[in-house]
Design a binder for this molecule. Structure first.
Ligand code: HEM
Length: 421
């Protein structure tokens, strides 16, 4: 199958359940290939790792010729798009990216996320996880109870953690989850989105900003220990952060901290359930949770791909790339490149995972990686300790309609009871 057809096949729900054979086929044909609609698809580990660090590429899709052509067709105001301050720094280039990322990093460091403070967060994450498992335990019998690990653990836990860090009142978090679901579609490459999804993502951004305007006003009146208060302090100390930029950072932290961590936890649980010997080893030695987490980031990456735009004419892996071209960097394919990871299709928490691209690399490398690793490790430890004889209720698992995020809809697991905390 030519690269274009292979790539488009990822839109097919049955292929999405297991995209790895498609990635492997792409990689075998050419680690860098011309794909549909003039985009360039990169699947080899070496070129993806190099391009993530290449300053001749932009993270701002407003530089894409295809996107600008589409905007002109819609009679959109190009200047208004270019001046949009709410654009999150995930999608910006230096110098704006540098300034905004630095502020976000210092606000996180001023909160419970300071490197030295992460240890203090650990018991809180364990308590939140135990609380969720207690709710499931209350209705679980001694045998054959089905627990949906996505709805009952993997989704609510990161929402509670990031909600607490940002100081979002508990009652508002369900609304945030709905918005961040819609928003997460916007992480997919714009040309793969339908009109309805694009519209839903925009509505979510607007609703989110409206909500945050009130939250920011409330924190300004009475600051707390949370990240929003830290960002306001930075802004008010003349850090040249506009209100829109401030809200853009909070939206990014919420969406990036929620949608991805759910998938890391769920993907790790699925990998363990499909490898019962590894599940048993984790049960016997919960300290293996850290290496299970790291291998999951390689083996079944929660963020499967990112897009970039060439700022100048380039030649990549023998392919000429004109300025304005979109490049699709397949992180999940790179993580399964046999040239970098021997027997890449084997789930092996004991392997050397260094160099995996699960958190990206270069100037946009994930800012929340320490938190995500901590959450996944603690949840896996608690699950391994408390679930009795867990096994998959079905092998017929469905994924959400994302291309970029590997997002299980549900993960029903049969347990013979849940041990007390
Ligand atoms: C398993 C969980 C997570 C995964 C797999 C993940 C993955 C990634 C990846 C691949 C990128 C790079 C994007 C690019 O190069 O274009 C990224 C960026 C980012 N992540 Fe995460 N992330 C996770 C959790 C989190 C959490 C918990 C937070 C916040 C508390 C967070 C905040 C961010 C931010 C702010 C960026 C943008 C960095 C920049 O543009 O400079 N992420 N993440």
């Amino acid at each position: 199958m030519p690269p274009t057809d292979l790539l488009l096949s990822l839109l097919d729900p049955s292929v999405r359940a297991d995209p790895y054979p498609v990635y492997a086929a792409l990689q075998r044909q050419a680690p860098v290939a011309e794909g549909p609609m003039g985009i360039v698809v990169v699947s080899g580990h070496a070129p993806v790792a190099a391009l993530l660090r290449d300053r001749r590429l932009s993270s701002d899709y407003r530089n894409s010729s295809a996107f600008r052509a589409w905007l002109s067709e819609q009679d959109a105001d190009l200047d208004a798009w270019d001046a949009d301050d709410a654009q999150p720094f995930l999608l910006r280039d230096p110098p704006d990216h540098t300034r905004l990322r630095r502020l976000a990093a210092s606000a996180l460091a001023a909160s419970a996320l300071a490197p030295g403070a992460l240890g203090r967060l650990e018991p809180r994450i364990a308590a939140l996880t135990d609380g969720l498992l207690d709710v499931a335990a209350a209705r679980a019998g001694d045998d054959g109870t089905v627990v949906d690990l996505v709805a009952e653990v993997a989704a609510p836990l990161p929402l509670a953690v990031i909600g607490e860090l940002l100081g979002v009142p508990e009652g508002d978090r369900v609304r945030l989850q709905a918005w961040s679901h819609d928003l997460a579609r916007a992480i997919d490459p714009p040309f793969l989105l339908g009109e309805a999804e694009r519209a839903a993502a925009w509505e979510a951004v607007e609703a989110f900003h409206g909500y945050l305007a009130d939250l920011v006003a409330a924190r300004r009146r009475s600051p707390g220990q949370d990240v929003v208060s830290a960002l306001i302090a930075a802004r008010d100390e003349g850090a040249a952060l506009s209100d829109e930029e401030l809200r853009g950072i909070v939206v990014l932290l919420l969406a990036a901290g929620q949608e991805t961590t759910v998938n890391l936890i769920a993907n790790a649980c699925l990998a363990l359930l499909r490898h019962p010997d590894e599940l048993a080893r984790l049960g016997a030695d919960p300290t293996r949770a850290a290496s299970v987490t790291e291998e999951t980031l390689r083996y079944d990456a929660p963020v499967q791909l990112r897009d970039r735009v060439a700022l100048t004419d380039l030649r990549v892996g023998g392919v000429d790339v004109a300025a304005g071209t979109t490049l699709l960097l397949l992180l999940a394919a790179a993580n399964r490149d046999p040239a970098r990871f021997p027997a890449p299709e084997r789930f092996d928490p004991d392997r050397d995972t260094s160099g995996h691209l699960g958190f990206g690399a270069g100037i946009h490398a994930c800012l929340g990686a320490p938190l995500a690793r901590l959450e996944a490790r603690v949840v896996l430890e608690r699950l391994a300790t408390r679930l009795r004889n867990p096994h998959l209720a079905t092998d017929d698992l469905a994924y959400r309609d994302h291309i970029a995020l590997r997002s299980l809809r549900e993960l029903p697991v049969v347990v013979d009871g849940i041990r007390p905390a």
